[in-house]
Each structure stands twice: as C-alpha cells, then as structure tokens.
Design a protein around this ligand. Structure first.
Ligand SMILES: Nc1ncnc2c1ncn2[C@@H]1O[C@H](COP(=O)(O)OP(=O)(O)OP(=O)(O)O)[C@@H](O)[C@H]1O
Length: 615
C-alpha cells in the first residue's frame, strides 16, 4: 500500500517528495480455528493491514494497493460487486470506533442487526430471536441484554461490553468465516480487555473461525490466548507465524526474549524506533531494518507463497469434511418496506427515549419563549408595537431555525458513522433510512417549537385569535423541519461534528441576512437574489407577518407623520401584500423537500468507497 505525496509536499520537496510505503511486502496467512494478533508500535500499519484484509481500505486518489487477497481459495481483492457481496458474507470487520444508537438496549441493537441480515421473507421471528440469544450467550453479554447501550449523556454498558456488542452485531444472523477486529482492547481496563480477547478466542476455537485482531501491548494472560503473531514495524512484517515459534526466531537474531518479561511488550519495544536522541534513533532504526530484512530473507527462502497455498488447500479440504465449520450464508437485504419499518422502529426508540436530549431541548425552548415573552410582554396595538411585532416574529423565526439546525448538526454526524458502517455491509438503502428517520422525528421534533409558540404567543399578546395561533405554530414547526433538512444536507458532507457545527451556522447566517427584515432583496446584486428565494427565515417571517398583521387595526399616535393604522399597510411596506400564510408554507415545503433530496443525493454520493487491490 503506497501513499503518493500531496501537491504541497511535491512543491516543497521537489524530487525528494517520495511515495510513502504504508504496507511493504507484507505476506502471510491467517488460519481457521486460530487467533492471530497483529502487533507493532503506533503507526506501524496494523490498521492498514486489517483494512486491507477486510478489503475496506478507504478509497483515495493518493493510495495504491497491490497484492493478492484470498479467502479460502477465492481471490477477493478486486472491489467488484460480486466480491463485495462475498466479502460482506464471509468477513466480519469490527472497527476501532464503536458507536451505537444509545437509547436501544443490547438486545434491541442485536435484533435490529439480525433483522438487517435475516429478512422476514426467509426467516421467522423465532429464528431471529434464537440467533440473538445465541450471540448474546456466545459473547458473554446476556446479563446486560436489557440494559441501554448508553453514551456520554446516558450511563449504559461498559466499554468492554460495548466491544463485545460490536462483535456480536457483526456475527448475528450471519456466518462469517473470518473475523477482523481493530484494537478490540483499546481504552479498556485489564479485566475488560481479558474478557474481550476471551470472546475472540472462543470464536476461533469453538466456531473454527479465522480471527485476526490488532492489539497494543497486551498483558501476559492475553498473550497466552493468541495462537499466531504478525509483528509489524514501519509497514513491514518482522515476524509472522506461531507465537510459540517467535522466541526461537528472535533468539536466532540475537534478541532472546527474557524469561521474566512480557513477550508482547518486549517485541513491540524491540521493533520501535527510539527518537529520544540521534544516536538512539540511528541504532533503533538499524535494528528494525535488520529484523525486517531477516524476515524478508527467510520469507523468500522458505517460499512463503507456497506455504500460504498449502494452508489454503488444507483449509479448503477441512471445510469439505468439517461440518462444524461455519458456512458463509448468502445474506439478502430485506425489502424496501421491511427496511423502512425496521429503521422506523429503531429511530423512534432512539428519539422517544432520549430523555437527556429532550429535556435540554425543552428547557432551551422554554427559556427562549420566556425571555422573548418577557421582552415583548403584552405589546398592545400602539404604533410602536409594530416594530416590536416585526422584531419578535423575526427572532422567533431565527430561534426555531437555529435550535433545529444545531440539534441536527450534532446528532446526525455521529449517526452517520453508524449508517456508513451498516451501509458498508450493504444492510439497507438510503431512501428507507431517511424516510424512517423523518417519520420517527416528526412528532418529537414538532413538540419543541409548539411548546415555544404556546408560551411566547400569549405572553407577547400576538393576534388574539385561535386560528392565527394555530397558523403561527404550524409555520414555526414547518420552519423547524426545513432547518433540520438543511442540517442533514450540511452534515452529509461534513467530515466531523466540529466541521458540521462550523458550516451549518455559516449557511444559516446567509438565510438570516435574507430573512426579509435586514435587507430588501431588490437592492442586492443579482447574483445574491436566489438566496432570498430559498431563505427559510424569509418564508417563515413572511408567513408569520401575514398571519399576524392581516386584519389588525393599530391605534393612532396623534403625530403628524408615519402612522400605519392598518396591518395591511405594514404588509405593503414589507412587500408581502397579495400573499398568504399558505403561500409561505408552500415555499417552505419546497425548500425542505429540496434539502431532503439533496441529503439523499449526498448520502448516496458519499457512500463509503474502498480501494481496489491491484494484482
Ligand atoms: N489514507 C492515508 N492517508 C495518509 N496516511 C495514511 C493513510 N493510511 C495510513 N496512513 C499512515 O500510515 C501509517 C500506518 O497507519 P496505521 O493506522 O495503519 O497504523 P497503526 O499501526 O494502526 O497505528 P495505531 O496503533 O496508532 O492505530 C501511519 O503513519 C498513517 O499516518
């Protein structure tokens, strides 16, 4: 795996800008029924190797990946649709980051994962429940089956249980031959780490799966569970084979593993470059180079390729005779309707149960309503109340939009991680996902702007008619959904929550400027006028103004100039004459629909893509 230098690097370094070898001539075999540990210092290429083994190296124009990847005796390196399907069925890949829907219980999380792989057309409910029970037991998480997964806001299961749940999600309803696991023990205490590796070992020994995991300096009792070792240094392999043969190999090279030392720690230290001083750096680099060269020489002389071929042939023969060996099932995606209902159930549970977020949203809405209600308290019908009304309607529109936008920006970027992971294994389409998400969020999402309206409307003394209040609330709710739709579109392209939170308000500020209060669209350069057409703030403000001012009579001030006794005059000055609240609502729906379609397009376009392995 090679990484080409960036344009900036080429410009800066000229001919010295050389491609970086991330993986260099790494070769080997992982065998069924055995647990293989990939070890090495940070940056040695462990994750890259695992990504390559699972054929999930993120696609990049700068990367080239060449080699041969075989599962059993079938070559699967090329990212063709057929190979991807075969890989999805045969390989379970548990990545380092484990993100789940926090409000679902462990059982519900697994039931959803099972529903994605075991469509109702092929499996009964009891078969799915049985699969969930089996994997709960196998992963040792049956005791927390009814606990919520949790997150930073809601206390849930422990980090180790989350890791085992991530593994369980990859296993339930499928029969992968190969399980790849990136740093399953990172961030865990020694006890939790031990339990996770025990689960992996059980998968290898009981279910005869090929289990490969990368790991950082495991303690002795964990090392004892590994059957094989792949030791990496600077993207090169320094040792690959049985753990039991490693001491002899390193002793032969003049580095005997001390009897009282943890072999894992000793070996990782041995292949690490010490940068604390120039002399130490030179010395350690020379040592690593010698170790890598020795392994490469041994590989050539022992003809590793022939060894691998022999292993593959042996395994293929075993598969034929061993009935306990798992067979990769040809999983099929559920139909569109089934996908929709499954995802609707999950989203609804998440939204309804997320008490911590809902409480924050409610208190924010109430606070804003009370603050605005107090500032604009009982405005009356004086001439000066016209300006107050315009101000209140504008800030109400901005407040509803910002609240919905920020909620979506923060929530969707982390949800996208789960969605992308599930899409990588082809579990569902984006259309049922987005439709289910919208339907689930509709009632809860509408509640907060409604609560805001219910408090601010009577406090400020806006148009005192029930139908006008209903329209006010409807317009604010609609605007809030449009803002959410903009948030979804922004989050679809943002690489992280931080980026989304920076991009979203920047877009919204443009819509606020064109919100109908600060600038007259006819006075700005032509190239900016389109913003006026798609400003959700403008449409909300226009609808709210028409709803408020139509039919309202204001008291005369008795001054000579400037009185606007009729609400119609105010609307005329704003340029809203001849329009209705319904017109504004329709425009709002158009903006929201466009943003939902844009989100769908962006999600489809930005689907996770993987690097093909060139032969
Ligand atoms: N797509 C990429 N673009 C740029 N650099 C990359 C890319 N993929 C890998 N690298 C680089 O390749 C090297 C190996 O990365 P990798 O993540 O595989 O290491 P690792 O051994 O898993 O490290 P750690 O233990 O810290 O997770 C690192 O220097 C990393 O920055």
């Amino acid at each position: 795996m090679t990484l080409q230098p960036t344009k900036k690097e080429k410009k800066k370094l000229g001919a010295d800008a050389k491609p970086k070898r991330i993986l260099d001539g790494v070769s080997g075999a992982a065998k069924p029924g055995r647990l293989l540990a990939i070890m090495g210092p940070s940056g040695s290429g462990k994750t890259s190797l695992l990504n390559a083994l699972a054929a999930q190296v993120p696609r990049s124009k700068r990367l080239t990946l060449s080699g041969t990847l075989r599962h059993d005796d079938v070559s699967v390196g090329q990212d063709t649709r057929r190979n991807r399907k075969r890989l999805n069925d045969a390989v379970a890949y548990v990545q380092q980051q484990d993100v789940f829907y926090s409000q679902l219980t462990v059982r519900e999380t697994l039931e959803t994962a099972a529903a994605m792989r075991m469509p109702t057309s092929k499996y009964t409910q009891s078969q799915r429940s049985e699969a969930v029970d089996d994997v709960l037991r196998a992963m040792g998480i049956a005791h927390v089956a009814s606990s919520k997964v949790g997150d930073v806001k809601t206390r849930g299961i422990s980090g180790g249980e989350k890791k085992r749940l991530a593994l369980a999600c990859e296993l339930v309803g499928g029969s992968p031959h190969v399980v790849c696991c990136d740093e399953p023990t990172s961030g865990l205490d020694a006890f939790q780490a031990q339990r996770v590796v025990e689960s992996l070992k059980k998968l290898a020994s009981d279910a005869r799966r090929t289990v490969v995991c990368s790991i950082h300096q495991p303690r002795g009792s964990i090392v004892a569970m590994f059957d094989d070792l792949c030791l990496m240094a600077n993207g090169r392999c320094v040792y690959q084979g049985a753990w039991t043969d490693a001491p002899e190999w390193f002793e032969r090279l003049g580095h005997p593993i001390p009897t009282n030392a943890n072999p894992a720690e000793f070996l990782v230290d041995l292949v690490s470059v010490d940068t604390s001083s120039d002399a130490k750096q030179k010395e350690s680099e020379a040592r690593v180079e010698a170790l890598a060269a020795a392994w490469e020489k041994r590989g050539r002389s022992a003809d590793v390729d022939a060894d691998v071929d022999a292993d593959v042939a042996e395994h293929a023969a075993e598969q034929k005779t061993d009935e306990s060996a798992p067979a990769a099932s040809a999983n099929r995606r559920a139909g569109l309707a089934a996908q929709f209902f499954m995802l609707l159930k999950r989203s609804w549970r998440q939204v309804r149960r997320d008490g911590a977020t809902n409480k924050i949203r409610l208190s924010t809405s109430m606070n804003s309503a009370l603050v605005f209600g107090s500032i604009f308290w009982r405005m009356g019908l004086t001439q000066t109340s016209i300006q107050d009304r315009l101000g209140l309607l504008q800030v109400s529109a901005i407040n509803a939009a910002m609240a919905a936008l920020m909620k979506t920006l923060t929530a969707f970027t982390s949800e996208k991680v789960i969605v992308n992971r599930e899409r990588a294994s082809g579990s569902y389409g984006m259309l049922p996902y987005l439709a289910a998400k919208l339907c689930a969020e509709l009632p809860v999402g509408a509640f907060f702007p409604l609560a805001f309206g219910a408090v601010v409307y009577p406090m400020a003394g806006l148009h005192p008619r029930a139908d006008r209040f209903a329209k006010f609330a409807g317009l604010i709710v609609l605007e809030s959904f449009t803002s959410s739709a903009i948030g979804l579109a922004v989050s679809s392209v943002a690489p992280s929550t931080e980026a989304a939170v920076a991009m979203g308000p920047a877009v919204m500020v443009l819509f606020i400027v064109f919100g109908g209060y600060y600038v007259n669209a006819d006075n700005v350069p032509m190239c900016f006028r389109w913003i006026n057409k798609c400003s959700l703030i403008k449409w909300a403000f226009q609808g709210l103004c028409v709803n408020e001012f139509a039919g309202l009579e204001f008291e005369k001030s008795g001054k000579k100039y400037g009185d606007q006794s009729d609400g119609g005059v105010v609307l005329e000055r704003l340029g809203f004459v001849g329009t209705s609240a319904g017109d504004a609502a329709r425009e709002q729906v158009n903006v929201a629909s466009f943003c939902y379609l844009l989100t769908l397009y962006l999600l489809e376009k930005n689907a996770p893509k993987f690097q093909s392995m060139e032969p």
